[in-house]
Design a protein around this ligand. Sequence first.
Ligand code: SF4
Length: 375
Amino acid sequence: MKPLGIYLHIPFCRSKCLYCDFCSLPARTDEMMGAYVERLCRDIAAKKEACREYTVQTVYFGGGTPTLLSASRLEAVLQTVFQTFAVEPGCEISAECNPATGGKELFSAMRAMGFNRLSIGLQSAHRDELRALGRTHDFGGFLQTWNQARAAGFDNLNVDVMFGIPHQTEKSFAETLEKLIPLAPEHLSAYALTLEEGTPLWRRRETLPLPGEEETAAMYLQMVNFLGANGLEQYEISNFARPGYQSRHNRKYWDMEEYLGFGVAAHSDFGGERFGNGRNVEAYLRGEEICVERSRPGAVERENEYVMLQMRLAEGLKQQAFFERFGHGSEAFFAKLKPWIGRGYVRKTAEGAAFTPKGFLVSNAILSEIVEFEG
Ligand code: SF4
């Protein structure tokens, strides 16, 4: 049996954050959510034949805010997954969640139906920073949701934070992280704010009180040290975990393993093909085909992408793993990485090479010299 990850996109949110470029709808009706779940279940069930030789190791409900769905709708989707695929015992079943959604009853029901991991979006512990992002919660609301998740039996929790956001300073970012340590998160994700074209924050980009580039870089480096000293080891450019708690689902993306995505804006890498759905929720609800891209990447593209994805990991690119996957050596890539070793950006590992935290800050620029894509 071949391993598989399942991604389920739930595109509903309480309100739209000012920086958000994800496929998420603030306007929703109960009827719309019901119809969405019905289509999602139909699409999942339709993959039964194609997945006979696969065993599902991870299921990830992303969004949007999956915890805006009722327990019965979440269960309908999860049951369809169980009925359609061979799901491995101990499968990681995660859902994204925002403060002030979910609640004790829903979390207990989710635990009972098989969810074993929640990812809660805090972003910042400071009210002015949250307001600038258009987030409607505060730290107290986050804490309540966190404690409810713990009380419901979730012993694998992620918290999302952001850095480089309006009003933020090195000190205020450090305070956000310090407030999280007593909660003993198993996992923490930290992303730098990017101003996506067309979002309200992007339109106000000239006047935003953003920290400077150097200050943002300092926040990142401080965070890596601080979290490491508190038991959360960096294992990917933006992700930190206690031993044994790396996100198994996200590792599938970085290890370039197969996954199937369902719902609007979901992507798949399956059977040698890549395909992705469009963002039109109305078309999806009308039952229309919404696959908007499909390709079969060639060997060169796969190798380059593999190098790029593996270099996101703190353990970096491994020569033996590359050889086992592609049947030839990775000397060409290592030759291009070599000049960066010893300059503080890339380090040699026992099995290959990896970015240092300082290297992660400029990894896009370095990787653009290392990898190339087929035209
Ligand atoms: S909660 Fe997340 S998905 Fe929803 S609007 Fe905010 S950033 Fe977007």
